[in-house]
Design a protein around this ligand. Structure first.
Ligand code: ADQ
Length: 465
């Protein structure tokens, strides 16, 4: 029987990690639940010695196969090359970028380790699906070990323009690694365009690719655009249940009939949080009628605490909250509530259901599932409005959101004000159009299209080689 073997840096184990799981984990878990198979990766713990064999936990039709990471690997591979070199480059945020070849060497070493630990678990009929920027070299390591299975790669973050990618001294090596997959998938057409442009560079074209997968003479690797979706029914059901629960009712009581603007993110500089807080401040400055009529809640648990830049935003947000509340708060009202913690998915969908505005303003994002979850959680008869950054991948699908440029503080304030005043008829029209898109490109469509395309690409490579 064909099994799906999903590999990602971090595996979100049931019960323990579900609250803090990011977008990748949400998507991978939903895909695996439908298909069954193995989810292989790091369990989030570090060890001083070398990691042992994978620990196997069977839950339903999924085997969670997890390993620990050596402390040095965690520092150099994870905090270092993955999150201080690749992440800022992919998000066009070069102010946060740093390169150190020792970190890159460890990145390669951990990819080789992942391949070694995965090998004994593989069967010839498995379909291997590798996720995200931490594991770009994994297919080349598996191919070197003789694995002939279909291996696909999906990038959850943006693929940057070549002029940005070029700041990475090792970018040609990474491109070469990507060409050893049977299929490389992206969220958007513009990511794919950037990838193709990078492959067509002279510096890269001159390289002989001994082990590349070569579907045809003018194409180095099979590629595709697979915008990740959500399980719309699941979000709706969670919202239906949670909006009646105690936590949501307490939150609603506290609003005292004021409109709610809500944002939910991992605490990450790519999510544009500080500028967003300033946009809310500008809303109260430019449109004083909103004072004491609207409350903003930001939920943002800390992530990647060991990476410089992440602790800075936490302090910046605490300071901005203090300043804005000090300026505008009234005896019975605080304009901003900033909660530096995770909530379970149901509670978040319940909060979305109650909100007048979902404010999603990353300065760059591969897709952004929160935007989609917000829309899916709305009451179709009285939906809230999504205010969405035009620099998130989701903006290419959710064109009926109120689209804003996250760097334009006044523009975002205008967008929020417009959303708060939007008549019911227009809100419903926008909701109907967006929910239709979400249903068409849902999580099942994402998983099925990727896996089917991967199988076809692998078959093509087998026939022509
Ligand atoms: P992320 O950067 O993690 O994902 P996103 O797509 O918004 O961003 O997914 C976050 C997920 O975690 C959502 O399902 C959300 O509900 C959940 N979440 C966020 N904050 C939470 C909180 N405070 N408490 C509980 N749950 C929370 C990466 C890429 C994105 C891409 C996804 C999927 O950066 O661009 O959309 O992978 O490919």
């Amino acid at each position: 029987m064909t099994r799906l073997v999903a590999v990602s840096n971090r595996v979100a184990q049931p019960n323990t990690d579900s609250k803090s799981a990011g977008g990748l984990a949400v998507g991978v878990l939903a895909a695996l639940e439908e298909y069954g198979g193995i989810w292989f990766g790091w369990n989030g713990k570090t060890t001083q010695g070398e990691p042992g064999d994978p620990k196997l936990d069977q839950v339903g039709n999924i085997t969670y196969a997890t390993i620990e990471l050596n402390e040095r690997s965690f520092e150099l591979y994870y905090n270092g090359f993955s999150n201080t070199s690749l992440w800022p480059v992919c998000h066009y945020l070069l102010g946060y970028f740093r390169y150190d070849h020792r970190e890159y060497d460890e990145y390669r070493r951990v990819n080789a380790l992942f391949a070694r630990k995965l090998l004994p678990l593989l069967r010839p009929s498995d379909i291997i699906w590798v996720h995200d920027y931490h594991l770009i070299p994994l297919a080349s390591e598996l191919r070197r070990a003789g694995i002939k299975n279909p291996i696909g790669f999906f990038l959850h973050v943006p693929f940057p323009d070549i002029e940005v990618l070029r700041v990475l001294p090792v970018y040609t090596q990474l491109l070469r690694c990507l060409c050893t997959y049977d299929l490389v998938g992206f969220h958007t057409q513009s990511d794919l365009r950037s990838f193709n442009e990078a492959l067509s560079q002279d510096e890269f074209g001159g390289i002989t690719l001994a082990d590349r997968r070569r579907p045809s003479s003018d194409q180095l690797v099979h590629t595709g655009v697979f915008p990740i979706g959500i399980d719309v029914d699941d979000c709706q059901q969670l919202a239906q249940v949670a909006h009646l629960e105690d936590k949501t009712r307490r939150m609603v009581r506290n609003l005292r009939d004021r409109d709610l603007i809500i944002s939910v993110d991992r605490l990450d500089y790519s999510k544009g949080l500080e500028a967003r807080f300033r946009a809310v401040e500008r809303l109260f400055e430019n449109y004083p009628a909103n004072r004491n009529q609207v409350s903003f809640i930001q939920i943002a648990p800390t992530t990647r605490a060991g990476v410089r830049g992440y602790t800075d935003i936490r302090h910046a947000l605490e300071q901005a909250t203090g300043e804005i509340n000090a300026e505008f708060a009234d005896i019975d009202w605080a304009p901003i509530r900033y909660l530096n913690r995770a909530f379970d998915r149901g509670t978040i969908m319940g909060f979305f259901h109650e909100a007048a505005v979902g404010l999603v303003t990353p300065v760059r994002d591969g897709m952004n599932l929160v935007a989609k979850e917000f829309v899916a959680s709305q009451d179709p008869k009285d939906p809230g409005v999504l205010v969405l950054s035009n620099l998130a991948g989701a903006a290419q699908e959710l064109t009926d959101a109120v689209l804003v440029n996250p760097y334009d503080i006044d523009g975002v304030a205008d967008g929020i004000h417009r959303a708060l005043r939007m008549p019911l008829g227009e809100r419903k029209e926008r909701y109907d159009s967006m929910i239709a898109v979400l249903r068409k490109n849902d999580i099942t469509a994402w998983r099925t299209r990727f896996v089917d395309t991967l199988i076809a690409a692998h078959e093509h490579v087998r026939l022509v080689s």
